[in-house]
Write a protein that binds this ligand. Structure first.
Ligand code: ATP
Length: 708
């Protein structure tokens, strides 16, 4: 019954897979259940033009609560019983399931419920780990065998030490025979054992570190690929710092845990079991005593250990907070200096560092007390063993060699048990780091990077049609940015969009680039729905995009221009630079095209950066050019040179100009004025001026601002 309802709901509540399961060919990324949590979001129906079906919504919501995926906002239109009962039902069910619903009203007094689901930790998927480990299987298997061998030899050592002590004890007792001769055999055997154990240990550590490094390197590469494949909406919702931390910190943590757990875990478990057997064989009575005391000690150690680990995690978090402050201040050093905020940033950093220092000091003291106490306790156990063992020796139930073997073996057991409790904590940390990494490996973008879509065989004329576009950003589904937006850009014509700030002009450009897909409506390119075209081809070959603040990569001018077409020859780069009015200033640098532009292009002026960006866009010879406020950040001289380059660049192309400075678009074939996500006026400059509407008003305002 519920299943049927859910099916019905899926037709009334538009649910779009945000990060859906990867297809069969990539079945290595079998998704853990936790991904269901982030799998869907709901568009607010009425605002995206969908029919409002409150019953459907409530059931959809219940369904989503049951699989715990986050719904953002749900709207209950004003009036009727549903208006009262709907929010009540949702709020109560949200509470019962441990989630939260915030209730508020919009301008029309509709009730809007914002829902937040419980934060859930991603689950660890062993299948994904196996896919990374598989290529290293033989190395890992070899490492496991060697570690196992080393652990077994370690069990032998206490027994052989006992044999040696027995020889000494007998010699001291009887004073007969040849001491050297009698000692030589067991001593050489023990030496051989030490040597072999050393070899096995070296072997497994080398193999394991190779496996760990290769697995981590593969994970880094795959995660980076997966992140770069994501669409822009993903980056709107996730902070770059956090993503970089998954690439670095989480993978590092996972690698260390992996190596430690495989090597020491195996060794500790084998040694604990083996040594316990040896202890029992040497003296069941003494073993009985140990069995009673050891678990209590290990339990206490584990408790204190978990407290210390918590302290250590807090200290680590504090260190990353301090690093975050430094990172932000150094990354935005010009803004810090411009506002003379160096002192404040220094104090902020010092405060965070002092806090981390205090935490690390407490941690250090905790570890010191723990280690001091464990030493005392362990020595007391040795004392107790000698005390009890001595009485057994007096009763001829044990030889001195047996006591020696017992002491060494029980120390090995203590060490192994202690390391198992530490390893357990490490394993938990490693698994949660791994799960955080795997979470992003399994994501599939809504808009794929390439593939699937087709590449037209004939060249495009460049006609663009926006038909009935309604759009909300995925991170803010409740706010509709474009409402039934319609616009046609004929081939090789220039269309400009102007209007109030925040009116949705840049959003139109982002949709044409297919950074996002509209909630409803369609964008056509030469009569083809752009969703059917290959996005990579669309962005790489058809559309050139130049915006207000172009970002350059920290390499040479030549490489930056070639970024638009990696296979371009030097001659093509120079030709593009000439078209962009950039050749003169580039050749004026001592290193010419090999001049390094600095991080994000800091060593270039605004106008120079803009012209390099124009050359970068022109080198791919796009049929469509988007100029998003391309000259608004420049002074009038730079603007003149850049505008000259742009005038040359737009000839023979379809151009969409988004402009603040209205002086730059007066020659456009069509000027559209946008307000509140809609085109409210359209025409040529002359037509719009004579109409005396919003455009004429904007022109008047800009002129009077210019005079001031
Ligand atoms: N990535 C985003 N996620 C969520 N909302 C966004 C995003 N980008 C823009 N917006 C919102 O969309 C609305 C339209 O923004 P847009 O950048 O298209 O306006 P604009 O007309 O180009 O403004 P301006 O002239 O100031 O550049 C704004 O309210 C803005 O806050």
């Amino acid at each position: 019954m519920f299943h049927l309802l859910c099916n019905r709901v899926s037709t009334t509540v538009p649910v779009r897979p945000l990060y859906s399961r990867m297809n069969k060919t990539q079945d290595l990324w079998r998704q853990p259940r936790s991904h269901l949590y982030r799998t869907h979001y709901v568009h607010t129906g009425t605002s995206s033009g969908q029919p409002s079906n409150v019953t459907g919504r409530i059931w959809g919501l219940a369904q989503r609560y049951i699989c715990q995926s986050p719904c953002r906002t749900i709207k209950f239109p004003v009036g009727g019983l549903k208006f009262i009962l709907g929010p009540l039902f949702v709020t109560v069910s949200a509470r019962l399931l441990g989630n939260v619903a915030y209730c508020h009203a919009d301008v029309n007094n509709n009730i809007l419920l914002q829902l937040k689901t419980k934060e859930t930790e991603p689950e660890f998927d062993w299948h994904i780990l196996w896919e990374f480990v598989k290529p290293q299987f033989f190395a890992l298997f070899g490492a496991v065998l060697l570690a196992f061998g080393a652990a077994i030899l370690n069990i032998q050592i206490p027994l052989m030490l006992g044999d040696l002590v027995n020889v000494v004890a007998r010699y001291l007792r009887e004073h007969s025979g040849n001491y050297i001769k009698e000692m030589r055999g067991p001593a050489l055997k023990l030496l051989g054992l030490y040597g072999l154990q050393g070899l096995l240990t070296t072997g497994y550590i080398i193999l394991l570190s190779r496996v760990g490094e290769r697995v981590a390197a593969d994970m880094r590469k795959t995660l980076f690929q997966s992140l770069l494949r994501q669409d822009v909406a993903f980056f709107d919702a996730n902070k770059t710092g956090m993503l970089v931390n998954r690439l670095t910190g989480d993978i590092q943590e996972f690698k260390s845990s992996f190596k430690l757990v495989v090597s020491q875990g195996l060794r500790s478990v084998t040694q604990t079991v083996g040594c316990f057997v040896s202890l029992y064989l040497i003296s069941p009575k003494l073993t009985g005593m140990t069995v009673v005391i050891l678990p209590c000690l290990v339990g206490a150690g584990a408790l204190i250990g978990s407290f210390l680990r918590k302290l250590s995690r807090l200290a680590q978090e504090q260190v990353s907070k301090a690093t975050g402050v430094a990172d932000e201040a150094l990354g935005n050093v010009r803004t810090v200096k411009a506002f003379a905020m160096e002192e404040r940033e220094m104090q902020l950093y010092a405060w965070e560092v002092d806090k981390s220092c205090e935490m690390n000091e407490s941690l250090g003291s905790g570890i010191a007390v723990f280690q001091g106490m464990s030493n005392v306790v362990l020595n007391c156990i040795v004392l107790g063993t000698i005390f009890a063992g001595g009485s057994l020796m007096a009763g001829d139930e044990m030889s001195p060699g047996d006591l020696m073997s017992f002491l060494v073996a029980s120390q090995t057991v203590q060490r192994s048990l202690a390391s198992i409790s530490i390893l357990f904590g490490q394993m938990v940390r490693g698994l949660s780091s791994g799960a955080r990494v795997f979470e992003y490996l399994s994501l599939e973008p809504i808009i794929p990077l390439s593939g699937g879509g087709h590449i037209p065989s004939k060249s495009l004329t460049g006609r663009v049609d926006f038909k009935n576009i309604t759009f909300s950003y995925p991170t803010r589904p409740a706010q509709t940015i474009l409402k039934n937006f319609n616009l046609t850009i004929p081939p090789c014509k220039t269309v400009a969009i102007v209007g109030e700030s925040g009116g949705g002009k840049s959003t139109v450009a982002s949709l044409l680039e297919r950074f996002y897909d509209p909630s409803s409506g369609v964008i056509m390119l030469d009569g083809l729905d752009i969703r059917t075209l290959d996005p990579s081809w669309l962005r790489g070959h058809v559309i050139g995009y130049i915006n207000q603040e172009p970002v350059l990569f920290g390499s040479s001018v030549m490489e930056n221009i070639r970024f638009g077409k990696p296979e371009a020859t030097d001659a093509e780069v120079i030709h593009a630079a000439k078209q962009a009015n950039a050749h003169r200033f580039i050749t004026g640098f001592p290193d010419g095209y090999n001049t390094l532009v600095g991080e994000r292009g800091v060593t270039m002026s605004g106008g120079q950066k803009q012209r390099i960006a124009i050359a970068r866009a022109l080198i791919k010879n796009p049929s469509i050019l988007i100029l998003d406020e391309a000259t608004s950040a420049l002074d009038s001289e730079s603007e003149r040179v850049v505008q000259e380059a742009l005038d040359r660049a737009i000839t023979g192309r379809t151009v969409l100009v988004i402009a603040h400075r209205l002086s730059t678009i007066q020659r456009a074939e069509l000027i559209c004025v946008m307000s509140n996500g809609r085109i409210v006026e359209a025409g040529t400059h002359i037509e719009l001026i004579s109409k005396g509407g919003m455009y004429a008003d904007l022109i008047r305002r800009q002129r009077s601002e210019g005079k001031k």
